[in-house]
Structures are given as structure tokens and as C-alpha cells.
Ligand binder design. Sequence first.
Ligand code: Z3R
Length: 314
Amino acid sequence: MEKLDRFIKLGTAGEGTYGVVYKAKNKLTGKHVALKRIKLEKFYNKGDSEGVPSTAIREICLLKNLKHSSIVELLDVMYSTDKLYLVFEFLDLDLKKYMDFSKGPLNKELIRSYMKQLVDGMAYLHTRTILHRDLKPQNLLIDKEGHIKLADFGLSRSFSLPTRTYTHEVVTMWYRAPELLLGTKIYCTGVDIWSLGCILAEMILKKAIFPGDSEIDQIYKIFRIMGTPTEEVWPGVSLFPDFKPTFPKWKAKDFKDVIAFQDPEQEALLKNMLVYNPAQRKTAKELTRCPYLRKAKLTAPNMDAFPADEDGDD
Ligand code: Z3R
């Protein structure tokens, strides 16, 4: 792991599902990077406690070939027997922090611009059959110019999603698609479209649309707004492993009564994403063509409330 010596850790940038993310500086170039440390011991299967999990390493190395303006670039992968370090390009802030600290509603054109970039990035990944499965505002990173990038894509293929993070925090279920909550083992790109729909709703509302605090509360939070799904709206739903015919039966609300849309075309986009039947959810490629997103132009966020970036190492 001599390669790790090329970096100076400057502080922590975040705590992800699989491990801590450090802000670090490349000693040679002076450039900032995000160093994600993943402790591997939990991921070994019984009986193969030796060496690195080679399939995971191989899959992660493939992610180095992904290049898109809306995807956080994976610059390097470093590993030893018990630790894996992923070196990513560094961005100033995550979307959760930005939403928490900015006052008042988010700018209408900023939301449109963010959605356009995220849908573009997602179309790029889904075309390559790479899923996220755990998309949330904490792994969307933003910069001063108005760019937003997807981070941590493709890791869920190598590591299964735990119920607790490495620091024992509960992994949020707020953005999880209903088919995953109902226990399906077979899922597709639609799971990420659902998450992105929840994120669009949250940017408008400035709070989460389905903030569940347990698996059943999560399911019921969705049902209370979207109605309890039936065979009519979602053929096959009653066959999911965790579907119960005894679920309370709520009637669907109109999204208009829950969210003050900034534009009718914004409402149309959300209605194409938060759809029960994953087969009826629009794909990222289809969404790139919607009128709302076609009018997007790069819009800078208001960074007044955020302190200027300083190194603090020299
Ligand atoms: C790659 C993967 C995860 C993260 C990356 C890069 N950068 C992160 S998290 C980050 C988080 C902040 S700044 C950079 S924060 O200060 O807004 N939490």
C-alpha cells in the first residue's frame, strides 16, 4: 500500500455505507481527492478468509473506465489484505449538506439543471448495466459552478447492502424502491429511477418525501401517498415475498396535493419516475427527452452560506 503515501489526509468528508471518506491531497500534484476506505474483513465469505475478494476488486477496477461529466471519477484503486482504498476526484459538497444549509426553496432552474445532469449520468451507467441501488443526496456531489455528480455507483454489485453502516448507523431506506422493500431478488435499473424521483421531490419540498424509520414504516409512508398497490396498478405485486394481503388499504393522493410543483413539466417528470410498476417507470434514456429536462442550462448553486474552501495542511 505504498501508493497511499502519495496522499496527505486532510480530514473526513463523509461517512458512507462501507467506510469513511477522507479529503486528501496528492503530494506530487497538490490536487485534492476523496479517499474512500473500505474495511474488507466483513465481506469475506466463510472459508475464504485469505487474500482480497478478487471478484470485487475486478469489478471495482472496471469502474475506472467510466468517464462522464455527471459521474465522480474513480482515479485509482489501492488494496491490501484487509483494506481497500478508492481514490475519487474531489468535489466541494454533497447535496444533503447543501439542502440542509441553504435557506428557503432551491432555485427552480438549479433543480432542473441538477435533474438533467443526474438523468444523463444515470443513462450512461444504465446503458453499461451498472446500477447504484443506494442513491441518496449524500452521494450526489456538487461544485460551485453548478455541476452535480453521482458517486459510489457500481459498489452494490461487489458488496451487498448491509442494514447498518460500518459505524453501526442505520442505512437509510428513504430512497429505496417499493420492489426492493417488498423483498424482490430480481430488480433492474428502475430502482435508481425511483431513488432519483424521491430526490427530485426532496429538492422541491426541502424535506424527504418518504422518511421511513423502519422497513414497514418506509412501505407505509409510500402507500399513504401513492395508495396501497393493487394487481390493477401493479400486476404481480401480490406475489412479492414480503407483500401481505393484510396491508392497510390507502387511496392514492394526487402528487399536486403533496408537492407544490414549480412547473407542470416538473410534475410530469416526477410522475414518470415515482411509478409503482418498475416496468412502467421511464428509463433514464427516455427521461433525457422530456420537455422539462430539454430546457435545462447549467445553473450555479448559492454558496453564500458555505465557508470558502481551505486546505489547512500547509
Ligand atoms: C467519492 C465517493 C464518496 C464521496 C466523495 C467522493 N466525496 C465526498 S463523499 C464528499 C462529501 C463532502 S465533500 C466531498 S461533505 O463535506 O459535503 N460531506
